[in-house]
Write a protein that binds this ligand. Structure first.
Ligand SMILES: NC(=O)c1ccc[n+]([C@@H]2O[C@H](COP(=O)([O-])OP(=O)(O)OC[C@H]3O[C@@H](n4cnc5c(N)ncnc54)[C@H](OP(=O)(O)O)[C@@H]3O)[C@@H](O)[C@H]2O)c1
Length: 304
């Protein structure tokens, strides 16, 4: 099968190559999916799981990409809950070959059924941003209606979904980013916007929840904006310090069929949209992930 592979952890997306690879094997509780659309987050080339298996052994050449939408073609021994021919979407396992390939083996529990009225491209843009937003707001942030939420990078992949879900849950959302992101963030539903480059961060005032996707100095300074009993949730890396009278939580997103289904329901009825940008076939994936100009929105690769 055709697949994008990487072999050099220092090469970044420039190290991506279109190659011929063996088709994957379905283990117990796996399904094989014929991938129709695939999402990729550049950050994953810095994660150790892209380069080594669970035992820490080198697994290059590895196939990146962990978001997928496609059709089940095979079931592993004893796999239940999904069937051959079913449309599915979800998050492929971090330590196995990923979704920038014609076929991928995934644990069935990491996928959810995909109804015919959601196209593959939209579905492939949803798993990482959607699950990360959901888990950060509700599992880790315990968001409640009426709370004030500071959402960093509110025009980006994760932040835009955080903004929409938080508003739907009844929160007051203060989005942040660069000046050029203001209209996009407000368009996703942020109540107000702060330009980080203009030094407006402190104007957020005390908030119940900070959702940080940026880290570094921005994450550090956001700790002081958490009001008593509040939470700073970050996906950028472990926080260097904790809020004085609150919690600081770093987490890595997990697959969850129930949450995928909740997200798909919201896409179907128009409550949630993702920022899909460039859409390219697999043959053009290397160029698409190494653009001359920084792309707006999420790049999705289509396969057949
Ligand atoms: N832990 C996890 O489970 C997990 C899950 C998903 C993602 N992540 C990580 O979270 C990060 C965000 O992911 P994403 O998909 O949302 O990325 P994204 O689509 O690039 O969105 C990030 C947004 O934040 C803005 N931003 C970044 N640094 C900024 C700064 N210093 N000042 C102002 N605005 C800034 C970006 O603007 P510009 O584009 O102009 O810089 C962009 O609008 C990535 O590093 C990703 O690897 C972690």
């Amino acid at each position: 099968m055709k697949a994008i592979t990487v072999t050099d952890p220092d090469a970044g997306t420039a190290g991506m190559t279109l190659t011929e690879q063996p088709e994957p094997h379905a283990s117990e509780n796996d399904v094989i999916v014929r991938v129709h659309a695939s999402g990729f987050t550049p950050g994953e080339l810095t994660w150790s799981a892209t380069w080594v298996d669970r035992a820490g052994r080198d697994r290059t050449p590895s196939i990146p990409g962990h978001e997928l939408a496609g059709v089940v073609t095979e079931l592993g021994l004893g796999t239940t809950g999904l069937s051959v021919g079913q449309r599915v979407f979800g998050l492929a396992d971090w330590t196995r070959n990923g979704t920038l390939a014609e076929f991928v083996a995934v644990e069935a529990r990491n996928l959810a059924p995909l109804s015919a009225d959601i196209d593959f491209v939209t579905a492939a843009s949803l798993p990482i941003s959607g699950l990360t937003a959901w888990q950060g707001l509700f599992d880790h942030g315990h968001l409640r209606s009426g709370e004030r939420v500071l959402v960093h990078g509110a025009a980006g992949g994760v932040g835009s979904v955080v903004t929409q879900l938080a508003r739907e849950a009844g929160a007051y959302v203060i989005g942040t980013g660069r000046a050029a992101d203001q209209e996009t963030a407000l368009g996703f539903g942020a109540n107000e916007f702060l330009d980080l480059d203009a030094g407006e961060l402190a104007a957020a005032g005390p908030v119940n929840l900070v959702f940080d996707v940026i880290g570094g100095d921005i994450g550090d300074r956001s700790v002081d904006l958490v009001r008593a009993g509040g939470t700073l949730v970050t996906i950028a890396g472990p926080p260097t310090r904790q809020p004085a009278d609150g919690r600081g939580v770093f987490f890595v997103v997990e697959a969850d069929r129930g949450q995928l289904t909740q997200l798909a329901t919201r896409v179907r009825d128009g409550r949630l949209r993702t920022g899909v940008g460039t859409v390219r076939p697999l043959d053009d994936a290397v160029a698409a992930f190494n653009p001359a100009e920084r792309p707006r929105g999420k790049t999705i690769i289509t396969l057949g």
